[in-house]
Design a protein around this ligand. Structure first.
Ligand code: DGY
Length: 328
């Protein structure tokens, strides 16, 4: 009898996807979905040839230290700031992510969060749930900010940023963007977007959306100094990664009302949220759900499984990050 290769599925996934994996592999699964400590993760990785993980699992020199048979760690996520890629490459472990399949879903969510923030949707819902509808002024409270025919500033103009820009055109918005690399003329035209420096964007935009990947360079890209450049009527939406915004500085600005409102899907140190943010009504809080539709999360899991299968069959995974490991 041939023994099945061992793999780890570090977070709960769709039961049918797990059953599909169990046909081919001996699976250590975590359907209880408790986040592993680095020590637990290190022990699991020491026993398997492949792993499916999410952003909650940090893959680094420490967690890889006993992983002698490990060939691949497949992230169920496009962002991979939970990977120390040089450490993975040094250990000969392929790193993969799930690009493209979540672009439109995440751009939809960016726009939804922008609308909820500008129009104070969750705050208004609380008035109803708290039985206070009759205490609201019919004329002047709660008043939001318009999106249509205003200026949207997008920081990070990859696939998702471009998707948000295209949606904004339907609202008659002017779009400006800032990105490490300027888009081609054709792509700028398709998005109707004008390239500006970060300071101009922060000063002139009525709404700012962050879609930039997390790295040492983008850590606290938006802090007190940057927020101070924004209009007092402006909104700030972060669907990128925790750590790109200095959450303490943002909470202070929202409290002092130096900007109108913020919408957040990601946080520094999530799943913890800065306690000051929890006290404020001019911030919409979502628990990192930008890509969370059934169709898209299934597509992300399917792509991560394709990556895992390919690596364990000796083929090139479709979304290999550390391409230098592929010599065939
Ligand atoms: C991603 O894919 O990067 C999403 O943020 C989910 O982690």
């Amino acid at each position: 009898m041939t023994t099945k290769p061992k793999i780890l599925v570090a977070r709960a996934i769709f039961p049918d996807a797990l059953a599909q994996l169990e046909e081919k592999f001996e699976v250590q699964s975590n359907q209880a979905d408790d986040i592993f400590s680095p020590e637990q993760l290190r022990k699991h990785l020491a026993e398997v040839k492949g792993a499916l993980v999410f952003g909650s699992e940090r893959i680094d020199r420490n967690t890889l230290s006993d992983a002698k048979d490990l060939k691949i760690v497949a992230n169920i996520s496009v962002g991979y700031n939970n990977f120390d890629v040089p450490a993975m490459t040094a250990a000969g472990v392929m790193a993969t992510n799930t690009p493209d399949v979540l672009t439109d879903t995440t751009a939809d969510f960016g726009f939804a969060l922008l609308m909820a923030t500008a129009r104070r949707i969750t705050e208004s819902e609380h008035w109803i749930r708290n039985g206070q509808w009759d205490k609201m002024s019919i004329v002047y409270n709660p008043l939001g900010m318009d999106l249509h025919h205003t200026t949207l500033g997008i920081i990070g103009m990859g696939r998702i940023g471009q998707g948000i820009a295209k949606r904004a055109l339907g609202f008659g918005m002017k779009v400006m963007y800032h990105n490490r690399k300027r888009l081609s003329e054709t792509d700028e035209k398709a998005c109707g977007a004008r390239y500006v420096d970060k300071e101009t964007l922060l000063r002139e935009a009525d709404h700012v959306v962050l879609v930039v990947p997390y790295s040492a360079e983008s850590h606290h890209l938006i802090g007190a100094k940057e927020i101070a450049l924004m209009k007092p009527t402006a909104t700030l939406v972060n669907i990128a990664r925790g750590g790109i915004v200095d959450d303490a500085a943002l909470a202070a600005a929202l409290k002092a009302k130096t900007i109108f409102a913020a919408g957040l899907d990601v946080y520094e140190g999530e799943p913890k949220v800065h306690p000051e943010l929890l006290k404020l009504s001019n911030v919409v809080l979502a628990p990192h759900i930008a890509s969370a539709t059934e169709k898209t999360r299934r597509a992300m899991v399917a792509l991560a499984i394709d990556n895992l299968n390919a690596a364990l069959e000796g083929k090139r995974p479709p979304s290999l990050i550390n391409t230098e490991l592929w010599k065939n």
